[in-house]
Design a protein around this ligand. Structure first.
Ligand code: ACK
Length: 281
C-alpha cells in the first residue's frame, strides 16, 4: 500500500484504519473529523473520517471518490485513496498546510497572513479550478458548494477546490431532478428561488468568495428568498454596463467568468454587509 501510493495516484487503501497514526485533528465538519496523518516518512496526508452515516453522507462519499479519482488539476485537491472498513469510511487527501481560506480569513489570525498578492492569486487559482470543472471536464461538473471553507491552501498559499460531495455531472439541472443543497449565503438566487442549477450557480458562489477576499468579511449567512429577490431586481439594471465596473478583478478572471453575474453578486453581498451603503460600481 505505502510503496504504491504517490501524490497523483489513486488507489484503494485497505485496512488503513489501523495503519494511520492519527496525530492531530485539523478540524471537524458535519461529516466527522479531518486528521493530519503520517503515511510514511516525510509524507503527511489529511484523512477525512466518516463514522456511520446517513444515506446522504454515503452518497456524498461515493460522489467525491468517483469524481476526484478522475480529476487531476493543480487547483483541485488530490484524492490519494479511500477506504471502507465496516461502518468507517476514510478519504485520504494531500495535506494542505495552510488549511482553508475561511480559517485564514475568519480564523484567529483574521486574514493578517494574506497579502493582496495572496488574495489575488487565490482568486485566480479558484477561477482556474472552476473553469476546469465547467469547460474541460466531460461531462461538465457543477461543484454546487463553493465557499471559502472548501478552498484549501498549501504551504505556498496555492489554492485548490475541495469537497465534491454535492457536485453534479452533466451541466444544467432543474428542481425536478435535483435536491436543493448548498450553503446559504453562497446559493445563487435563481437556484434558491426556482431550483434552477447551472454552472453560473458556481460563478455566483465564486463572487461571494471574491467579496470575502476583498472585504475580509463574511457575507450574510441567511437571506430570505424575498429579500434576495428584491435586492437582485434592484441590482441588475445597474450592473449590466461593463464600462462602469471597477478594475479590481484580474483580467484572466474577467475573461473566464460572466461579469454581469459576478458583479450582481458583488452588489448583493455588499448590500447585505452594509445595507446603508449606496453601492455604485
Ligand atoms: O478550516 P480548516 O483549517 O481546513 O479546518 C477544516 C477542517 O479540516 C474540516 O474540514 C481542514 N482540512 C480539510 N481538508 C484538508 C486538507 N486536505 N489538508 C489540510 N486541512 C484540511 C479544513
Amino acid at each position: 500500500r505505502k510503496a504504491s501510493i504517490s501524490l497523483m495516484e489513486y488507489k484503494t487503501l485497505e485496512s488503513a484504519t489501523n495503519e494511520f497514526q492519527e496525530s492531530e485533528i485539523l478540524g471537524e465538519g458535519g461529516f466527522g473529523c479531518v486528521y493530519k496523518a503520517k503515511l510514511e516518512d516525510n509524507l503527511y496526508v489529511a484523512v477525512k473520517k466518516l463514522q456511520g452515516g446517513t444515506q446522504d453522507a454515503i452518497k456524498e462519499f461515493e460522489t467525491e471518490v468517483e469524481l476526484l479519482s478522475q480529476i487531476q488539476h493543480p487547483n483541485i485537491i488530490s484524492l490519494l485513496g479511500y477506504c471502507i472498513h465496516g461502518e468507517t469510511r476514510l478519504l485520504v487527501y494531500e495535506l494542505m498546510q495552510n488549511g482553508s481560506l475561511e480559517s485564514q480569513l475568519h480564523g484567529p489570525s483574521r486574514g493578517s497572513a494574506l497579502t493582496w498578492h495572496h488574495r489575488m492569486k487565490i482568486a485566480l487559482d479558484a477561477a482556474r479550478g472552476i473553469e476546469y470543472l465547467h469547460e474541460h471536464c466531460n461531462p461538465p461538473v457543477i461543484h454546487r458548494d463553493l465557499k471559502s471553507s472548501n478552498i484549501l491552501l498549501d504551504s505556498n498559499f496555492n489554492a485548490k477546490l475541495s469537497d465534491f460531495g454535492l457536485a453534479v455531472l452533466g451541466g444544467a439541472q432543474n428542481k425536478n431532478n435535483i435536491k436543493l443543497s448548498g450553503t446559504l449565503g453562497y446559493v445563487a438566487p435563481e437556484y434558491l428561488l426556482d431550483g434552477k442549477l447551472t454552472d453560473k450557480s458556481d460563478v455566483y458562489a465564486f463572487g461571494v468568495v471574491l467579496l470575502e477576499l476583498l472585504l475580509g468579511r463574511r457575507p450574510l449567512e441567511k437571506l430570505a428568498p424575498t429579500h434576495c429577490q428584491s435586492i437582485v431586481t434592484w441590482a441588475m439594471p445597474q450592473l449590466t454596463d461593463r464600462s462602469k465596473l471597477p478594475n479590481i478583478v484580474d483580467p484572466v478572471i474577467q475573461n473566464t467568468m460572466d461579469l454581469k453575474h459576478l458583479y450582481q453578486v458583488a452588489a448583493v453581498a455588499v448590500l447585505c454587509i452594509q445595507p446603508e451603503a449606496s453601492y455604485r460600481p
